[in-house]
Design a protein around this ligand. Sequence first.
Ligand code: PRX
Length: 636
Amino acid sequence: MSQYHIKHLEEYYQVYRKSVNQPETFWAEIAEEHFVWRKKWDKVLEWDFEKPEVKWFQGAKLNITENCIDRHLQANGNKTAILFEPNNPDEASQHISYNDLHNRVAKFANVLKSKGIKKGDRVCIYLPMIPELAISVLACARIGAIHSVVFAGFSASALSTRINDSDCKMVITSDGGYRGAKTIDLKGIVDEALESCPGVENVLVAKRINSDIKLKEGRDYWLQPLLDEANDHCEAEIMDAEDPLFILYTSGSTGMPKGMLHSTAGYMVYTGYTFKNVFQYENNDVYWCTADIGWITGHSYIVYGPLANGATTVMFEGVPSYPDYGRFWEIVEKHKINQFYTAPTAIRALAKEGVEIIEKYDLSSLKVLGSVGEPINEEAWHWYNDNIGKRKSPIVDTWWQTETGGVMITPIPFSTPTKPTYATLPFPGIQPVLMGENGEELDGNQVEGKLCVKFPWPSMARTIWGNHKRYRETYFSAFRGYYFTGDGALRDEVGYYRITGRVDDVIIVSGHNLGTAPIEDAINEHPAVVESAIVGFPHDIKGNALYGYVTLKDTGEGRNQYNLRNEINQIITEHIGPIAKLDKIQFTEGLPKTRSGKIMRRILRKIATHDTSNLGDTSTLLNPEVVEGIMANVIE
Ligand code: PRX
């Protein structure tokens, strides 16, 4: 039996038990047998969830890119590491071998150094899904710079907030990006963002769409000429196990986005180990995760996890609907994809297009299908299973978070019997618990509560950049001594977990986490607005969509409500990005408030979902009279 590669359910239980009973031995063996180290650790684990502080593999020295690239060169130098599939199907795919990747990462790393980037500096990467994105991430890791990738759909204002929060010295971007039939002016967005980012010294610009952009003298440089001149050898910076690897921002229920900080050794070990098992990756497989590297799924399961296993990982630049809704299946056929990992929102959008379009393509290469980012509803699960997996490829419904770094609850394909809508069992090393109303652990099966984790795992985020207090308050104070996920879950009669959704003010729209507070803050900037409240409501494709209640200063008849709705969505687009636009906007006389002045979102949520039979006691409200008016004008 190899505990690194689990192949039967009994093996899973055996490995799982060991991971709980002897966690340090377990993780030390995985780390020692499957990764390369410049120096071994002195101590496997030190932890305290009160402080909170977690350290894995202390004393060890390594570089993650030696694990993801160099160690594969001898046996697999010519194997494709990254298979780039462009937005336009008529443009050739690119096969970047491990040898090529090694040289391109080294050159890029030398360019970063030549521009003064050193170990510990923060580098913001704002790129479309082109090879330079993965290469720049790895180049930062090569020299110990901390990358902060910002999804290229965020607005200038959201970008500058993130750049400033972590004091990035450099931004890496491109002249633009392709997304289906559209192009996006990324450099223009960066220029606007940098008007309020005094700390950024240099901008490197990759050429992708050949647009006519301006370079600011002394600040901006075309990337290619610098790469052409750079040396293709770059010694890896030797990092301590707990040195930071990257920052990745995620929405919180309040205020600023949270810069989750991940460290090196534990993240590497956990993403590598989960990748192998969750996807049952075998040597010549071609693996495709459709996420963007701007999100954690792309970091862990396009870049680091697959490359740590010497895999071939596909990077797709485009969208599922371009040039038509057959694009995903065309790519599966073209590259004989073996493992396919996507989000429920994409599955629902594709299901809507019918099965004829799928029948044109040969999907017989598929072995494992994955789902991530939000609960997968039963209908979408069956559609995926019947039409894409043809009932022979197990679906891994993987539950995890930006904060957890890697997959936490998931079936192991071919071992764990799947069950629609259930993420099933904890991965080895993960000890989930459900908490009751009084903060007690709920024992036994057939219980529902708030999902926590009671023991550390190697890839957990170590802090929020610059705000350890917020890290403690957000994740370790709801239940003392436990990591609180913000999700609710239930455990069925055999111990399988089903995630029921967020229990805080985070709403997941099309698989993207959106905090309500930043959207409300944006809306409230409109001169006509007094205040606003955002809630989610179920949506066929997006999973959830946003419903906004907006109180205006002047509800006078003369106002053009259509224009106002557009203006509100425009402000949201400017502050956050188009992903946060509202589907429905209702203008209200006032919002229901508690006597302490807090907006009663519970009532607003019920009204938005037309579930008004039991609104609960409204008499304790400061202004119960507004509820009737809101109910009368609810938007269908
Ligand atoms: O609510 C859970 C939901 O997505 C949240 C984490 O979002 P993010 O940090 O953006 O990471 C997404 C990709 C890992 C979780 O708190 N979520 C994620 N996966 C699932 C899920 N909900 C149900 N089932 C899942 N498989």
